[in-house]
Design a protein around this ligand. Structure first.
Ligand code: NAI
Length: 333
C-alpha cells in the first residue's frame, strides 16, 4: 500500500527544489502518494494564515511530510511558519547530517558530521517584551524535560547509526542555569550509553575548532539558536547550503527539509541546487524503510556529480535545476 506524504512547496526556491525532489522520488519507484499543502507566504496568500489548520491536520494524520523552505519576514510581520510548525507538532529533534559528497571538492575532505539541534525551546519561542522604551527582552526558555528528550534523541540516533561521540555545544559559563540544563541532562543520559563518548565545548571555541578541522567531531548536540548557526557553518565545509538535508523529528511525526532557506537572491531562475531537497527526500525514504529506493537515488546523485560538467552554479557549474534533476532521473533508469 502506498504511503501518503504531505508535500509543502514553500516559498522562494522552495517550489523549484521540491518539484525536483518529488520527481526524483517518483523515479525511484517508492510507493508514495503525494498530498500537497501550503505553508508560509504561499499559505498567507491562499488561506490568510502562514500555518493553515489543514496543513497541520494533514501532517498529523499522515505522520510524514517533505517541506520546502518558507519565508519569515525580518524585523516585522508574521511569526515564523517553521517555528510554529515545529512547536505545534512537537518536532523537537532536528537532525542534519553534513557529509562530504565524493565528487564535490572543498577545502575540507572527509567531513562526516551530524548536527543535532533542539528544535522547540530556547530563543525560538519568540517570546519578546519591550517593558519600557529602549529596552527589549527575549526569553530563552528551556525545561528539564525538553533537554532530556533531545539528549535521548541524540544518543538513540548515535546508537542506531553507530556513531561514537557526541559533543555538546553550549555557553554554560555565562548561561549557567539555562545552557547548564542541557549540559547536565545530556551528561545524565550519557551514563546509559557507556560506548558513546560524551564531551562538551563552549560554542565559540567549538566553532573555531570546527573551522580548523571538522573531521575531529562526530556528532554535535546544540540548543536551538546555536544549532541553527552551526548548521550553516557546517554546510560550508561540504560545499554549501545547496547540499545539506535535514529531518525534524517528533515522537511519531517527521518533517524532512533542507537546511537552506528560500534563497530570494536566486528564486525563480531555475538555478538552485536541488540536492539538499533530494537528500532530505532520501532521509525520508530511509525513515519510511524504503532503503533500496534511497540508495538508488544516492547512487545516481554520485554518478551525476562525478560527471564534472553537470553541476549547478553554487558548485561552480552551469546546469539548471531542471537539467541537473533530469540527469539524476536518467541515471536511475
Ligand atoms: P538562505 O538559506 O535562503 O540563503 C543563504 C545563501 O545560500 C543565499 O546566497 C542563497 O542563494 C544560497 N542558497 C541557499 N539554498 C541554496 C540552494 N539550494 N542552491 C544554491 N544556493 C542556495 O538564507 P537567508 O537568505 O538567510 O534566508 C532567506 C529566507 O529563508 C528568510 O526569510 C529566512 O527566514 C528563510 N529561511 C527558511 C528556512 C526554512 O524554511 N527551513 C531556513 C532558513 C531560512
Amino acid at each position: 500500500m502506498a504511503q501518503t506524504v504531505v508535500v509543502i512547496p514553500g516559498d522562494g526556491i522552495g517550489p523549484e527544489v521540491m518539484e525536483a525532489a518529488v520527481k526524483v522520488v517518483k523515479a525511484s519507484q517508492a510507493p508514495i502518494k503525494w498530498q500537497t499543502h501550503v505553508l508560509g507566504m504561499q499559505a498567507i496568500k491562499q488561506e490568510g494564515t502562514a500555518v493553515p489548520k489543514e496543513t497541520l491536520a494533514a501532517i498529523t494524520k499522515h505522520k510524514v511530510a517533505l517541506k520546502g523552505p518558507t519565508t519569515t519576514p525580518t524585523g516585522t510581520g508574521h511569526i515564523s511558519a517553521n517555528v510554529q510548525l515545529r512547536r505545534q507538532l512537537n518536532l523537537y529533534a532536528c537532525i542534519r547530517p553534513v557529509i562530504t559528497l565524493p565528487a564535490v571538492s572543498t577545502r575540507y575532505n572527509n567531513v562526516d558530521l551530524v548536527v543535532v539541534r533542539e528544535n522547540t525551546q530556547g530563543l525560538y519561542q519568540g517570546l519578546e517584551i519591550e517593558p519600557a522604551k529602549g529596552i527589549s527582552i527575549a526569553m530563552k526558555v528551556v525545561t528539564k524535560q525538553g533537554c532530556q528528550r533531545i539528549a535521548e534523541a541524540a544518543f538513540a540516533y548515535a546508537q542506531q547509526h553507530k556513531r561514537r561521540r557526541i559533543t555538546i555545544g553550549h555557553k554554560a559559563n555565562i548561561l549557567k542555569a539555562n545552557d547548564g540544563m542541557l549540559l547536565q541532562q545530556t551528561q545524565r543520559v550519557a551514563k546509559k550509553y557507556p560506548d558513546i563518548t560524551c564531551d562538551h565545548r563552549l560554542v565559540d571555541a567549538l566553532c573555531m575548532q570546527l573551522v580548523q578541522d571538522p573531521t575531529q567531531f562526530d556528532m554535535l548536540l546544540l540548543p536551538n539558536l546555536y544549532g541553527d548557526i552551526v548548521s550553516d557553518l557546517c554546510a560550508g565545509f561540504v560545499g554549501g547550503l545547496g547540499l545539506v538535508p535535514g529531518a525534524n523529528l517528533g515522537k511519531d511525526m517527521a518533517v524532512f527539509e533542507a537546511v537552506h532557506g528560500t534563497a530570494p537572491d536566486i528564486a525563480g531562475r531555475n538555478c538552485a541546487n536541488p540536492l539538499a531537497a533530494i537528500q532530505s527526500a532520501c532521509l525520508m525514504l530511509h525513515h519510511l524503510s524504503y532503503h533500496q529506493q534511497a540508495h538508488r537515488i544516492q547512487a545516481a546523485v554520485q554518478t551525476v556529480l562525478r560527471q564534472q560538467h553537470m553541476r549547478t552554479v553554487d558548485l561552480g557549474g552551469t546546469a539548471t535545476t531542471t537539467d541537473f534533476t533530469q540527469a539524476i532521473v536518467e541515471n536511475m533508469k
